[in-house]
Ligand binder design. Structure first.
Ligand SMILES: [Zn+2]
Length: 261
């Protein structure tokens, strides 16, 4: 009876606990490996108060401060290199159409991994307050092959007025999009749509989102669980424990369907 009550309570909790994170694509695209590299285009970011090397270092700081410290995620994001790319990355649009989502500019869509690039195209930045735009420009099936982050390098860019810590948070937010996450409506999330000053850590939504896309596999052949109950009789507690596990799995599967629908 105790265990049945616990089952019901667990289901109650699960049914009222909902995901608030969203995904950047409607097919839950994610990088297929466990490591992704962030590169930076070599042209100057002349309207921003940082050198290219400083921007790449801040991206590295951002992923180590936020995304690389989620124990339930297998993904590790690494600092890459200064990368020479075509002028389209400096002055071209990210999307050729925004009807039904971003149709990536074909000139940018051959990228692999994550490429950041300073950009001055007005169609990307409708105002100085649009700090950066990101798209998963290169996908294959439900895998992300490459993502592009364009940083607002127009005169008067709001990026130029941010504190160093906020700049790092913006880069980390855009890298969140680059690995497949959308916006969260929860203000304590890094993936909240608006930049919040002095953010120091991921929110619960961010951790749920990266874990959903990049779950760390659990060991299958080691560890054990002991079931201890004073009135153990005839294996019923074990059966009930298995029922709890089954209900959790069923509940989690049904939550996943709701998320993607
Ligand atoms: Zn965003």
């Amino acid at each position: 009876m105790v265990i049945k009550t616990f089952n019901a309570f667990l289901l109650f909790l699960l049914s009222f606990n909902s995901f608030a994170f969203t995904l950047n694509t409607n097919f839950a695209a994610a990088f297929p490996g466990e490591e992704v590299v962030v590169n930076l285009a070599t042209h100057d970011c002349d309207n921003l108060p940082y050198t290219n090397d400083e921007i790449l270092s801040m991206a590295s700081e951002g992923v180590n401060k936020f995304w690389n410290r989620v124990p339930t995620s297998k993904l590790k994001i690494r600092r890459g290199n200064h990368t020479s790319v075509s002028n389209d990355f400096e002055s071209g649009p990210l999307c050729t159409s925004n009807t039904n989502g971003c149709t990536a500019n074909p000139a940018l869509s051959g990228q692999t991994q994550i490429l950041m690039s300073c950009n001055t195209n007005s169609s990307n930045f409708s105002s100085n307050g649009v700090l950066a735009v990101t798209a998963n420009v290169n996908t294959s099936g439900d895998n992300i092959v490459g993502s592009v982050i364009l940083l607002n390098n127009r005169a008067g860019s709001g990026l130029a007025n941010l504190s160093r810590e906020s700049f790092i948070s913006v880069l980390a937010h855009e890298i969140g999009h680059a690995i497949g996450l959308g916006h969260s409506p929860v203000t304590d999330s890094l993936m909240y749509f608006s930049n919040i000053a002095n953010r120091v850590s991921l929110g619960e939504d961010d951790m749920d989102g990266i874990t959903y896309l990049y779950p760390r596999e659990q060991p299958t052949s080691c560890g054990s669980v002991a079931y201890i109950q004073d009135d153990y009789r005839g294996g019923k507690p074990i059966a009930s424990l298995l029922l709890v596990i089954g209900l959790v799995i069923v509940a989690l599967k049904s939550k996943g369907k709701a998320l993607l629908s």
